[in-house]
Design a binder for this molecule. Structure first.
Ligand code: UDX
Length: 423
C-alpha cells in the first residue's frame, strides 16, 4: 500500500485516483476547483463514466480515497501523479502552463525522495521542463502516459494493453509500475522522452488508421464493394489488427484531434515533415463532407429547407462528451447547405448552438423529418423499431454513418436505407 497524491481530478485524474484507491492504496485527489471537490467528497462522480460513482463511494467509505482543495494535502505522499489539463494552444501545440505551475507549486510541498509522475498527455521532452520547474534533485520525475478511453475508463485502467513508464532511474520506473499491481500486464520500462512519445505516436496512429478506414469505406461505395467485409478481411491480418476498423462520420473527441495536431507541431519544430498527420486531419474533414454529400444525394441533391433528424451528438457512444465531435462537424455542414437540424442524444440535452434544435425523444426527433442520420453508435438507436417512427417522418430515408442499424428491418418498413461503405 502506498500513499498516492493525484493533482487534477478531470477525466484522467479522477479515474486514476479512484482506481488506485480500489487497488488498496491511500489516495488523495487534489483540485483547484473547490466546487468539484465538494461534489466528489459527497460521493458523486463529476464525469459521465459507468461505475465511477460506485467506486468513489466505496473508497471514500473505506478511507482509501479523499478529495482536497489544496496541494499541501499531498505532502505526505510518496507518489504524486500530475493529471492536469494540457489544452491545445493556438498553433496546435500542447499548452504546458498547468503542468509547469503545478510542478513549481510542488517544490515546497513534496516529501523527501518522493516521485513525481506525469500522466497528463505532454509533448516529448516536457519532462525536462517539469524537472526544471520542480527544481528538486531528490525527487525523481517519471513519465507514465495513460491510454484509457472515455466510456470504458475504469475497464481500461484495470485491463490496459500495456503499462508505460519512463525515467532516468529504472528503479523508480519499476516502483511506479508496481503501483498498478498487475505483474501479468506487459510493462514497458524506458526513458522519459520515449514514454512521452509512445502516447502521441499511438493516438496519432489510431487516427491515421481510422482516416484510412473511412477512405476505404468511400472507395467501397463507388466500386460496389462491401466495406464491412473488406475491413473484416483486412483485420484478420494480425499485422493490421481487427480493432478500430469501424467506419463512421470521422473521428473526434478530446484526444485524437488535439494529440495529432500537437505531434505535428513537435515534428515541425524538429524539421521532420510527418505528412501523414496532416493527411489524416484533411481526410477526416473529407469524411465529414462525404457524409453530408450522402444525405444531400438522397434528397434530390438539395438540403435547402430540408429537416434532418440527427441521432447522436457525442463524439462516440457511452460518453456525454461532444468536444471535437464528428457529429457537430457534420451538423455544421448540413446547416451550411441550408438544412434544419433536429437532434436527439441519450445523454446530451444542451449544446451552445442555437441552430441545433435538441429534443428529448427519438419520436420527437423524427417528426416531419426528410431523413434520419445516425452519427453516434448509441445502443439505444440499434433498438429503435422502424415501425414506430415510419409514420412520424415526412420521408422514409435513413443514413447510418455508423453501420449499427439492421438494414433488413428498416427496408421491410419501407425505408430507403443507406449504409457507410456498403449498400
Ligand atoms: C482515445 C484513445 O483511444 C485512448 O487510448 C487515449 O487514452 C485517449 O484518446 P477516446 O478519445 O476516448 O480515446 O476515443 P476512442 O474510443 O479512441 O475514439 C476516438 C474516435 O474514433 C471517436 O470519434 C470514435 O467514434 C472513433 N472511432 C473509433 C471510429 O470511428 N471507429 C472505430 O472503429 C473506433
Amino acid at each position: 500500500m502506498a500513499n498516492i497524491g493525484v493533482i487534477g481530478t478531470g477525466y484522467v485524474g479522477l479515474t486514476t485516483a479512484a482506481c488506485f484507491a480500489e487497488l488498496g492504496h491511500k489516495v488523495i485527489g487534489v483540485d483547484i476547483d473547490l466546487a468539484k471537490i465538494e461534489v466528489l467528497s459527497s460521493g458523486k462522480s463529476t464525469i459521465y463514466e459507468e461505475g465511477m460513482s460506485e467506486l468513489i463511494v466505496k473508497n471514500l467509505a473505506n478511507n482509501n480515497l479523499a478529495f482536497k482543495g489544496s496541494i499541501e494535502a499531498i505532502s505526505n505522499c510518496e507518489f504524486i501523479f500530475l493529471c492536469v489539463p494540457t489544452p491545445q494552444d493556438a498553433d496546435g501545440s500542447a499548452d504546458l502552463s498547468y503542468v509547469i505551475k503545478a510542478s513549481k507549486d510542488l517544490n515546497l510541498v513534496l516529501k523527501k525522495d518522493s516521485v513525481l509522475i506525469t500522466k497528463s498527455t505532454v509533448p516529448v521532452n516536457a519532462w525536462k521542463d517539469v524537472v526544471k520547474a520542480l527544481n528538486r534533485s531528490d525527487v525523481a520525475v517519471v513519465s507514465n502516459p495513460e491510454f484509457l478511453r472515455e466510456g470504458s475508463a475504469i475497464g481500461d485502467f484495470f485491463n490496459p494493453d500495456r503499462i508505460v513508464v519512463g525515467c532516468t532511474s529504472i528503479e523508480k520506473a519499476k516502483q511506479v509500475a508496481e503501483l498498478y499491481k498487475q505483474p501479468e500486464i506487459q510493462t514497458i520500462i524506458t526513458d522519459n522522452s520515449s514514454a512521452e512519445l509512445i502516447k502521441y505516436a499511438s493516438n496519432s496512429f489510431l487516427a491515421i488508421k481510422l482516416s484510412y478506414v473511412n477512405e476505404i469505406a468511400a472507395l467501397c461505395e463507388s466500386v460496389g464493394a462491401n466495406a464491412k467485409d473488406v475491413l473484416f478481411g483486412m483485420g484478420q491480418d494480425s499485422r493490421i489488427g481487427n480493432r478500430f476498423l469501424e467506419p463512421g462520420p470521422g473521428w473526434g473527441g478530446s484526444c485524437f484531434p488535439k494529440d495529432i495536431r500537437a505531434l505535428r507541431v513537435t515534428a515541425e519544430d524538429n524539421a521532420i515533415n510527418m505528412s501523414l498527420l496532416s493527411a489524416a486531419l484533411d481526410s477526416n474533414e473529407k469524411t465529414h463532407r462525404r457524409i453530408v454529400d450522402k444525405v444531400e444525394k438522397e434528397l434530390e441533391n438539395s438540403l435547402i429547407g430540408k429537416t434532418i433528424c440527427i441521432w447522436g451528438l457525442a463524439f462516440k457512444a457511452n460518453t456525454d462528451d461532444y468536444r471535437e465531435s464528428p457529429a457537430l462537424s457534420v451538423i455544421e455542414r448540413l446547416i451550411g447547405r441550408g438544412a434544419y437540424v433536429v437532434a436527439f442524444d441519450p445523454v446530451i440535452t444542451h449544446i451552445d448552438n442555437k441552430k441545433i434544435k435538441i429534443v428529448k425523444s427519438i419520436e420527437e426527433s423524427c417528426d416531419s423529418a426528410d431523413a434520419i442520420l445516425v452519427l453516434t453508435e448509441w445502443e439505444e438507436f440499434k433498438k429503435v423499431n422502424p415501425d414506430s417512427v415510419k409514420d412520424l417522418v415526412k420521408n422514409k430515408v435513413v443514413i447510418d454513418s455508423r453501420n449499427i442499424l439492421d438494414k433488413k428491418l428498416w427496408v421491410k418498413c419501407g425505408f430507403n436505407f443507406v449504409g457507410n461503405g456498403w449498400q
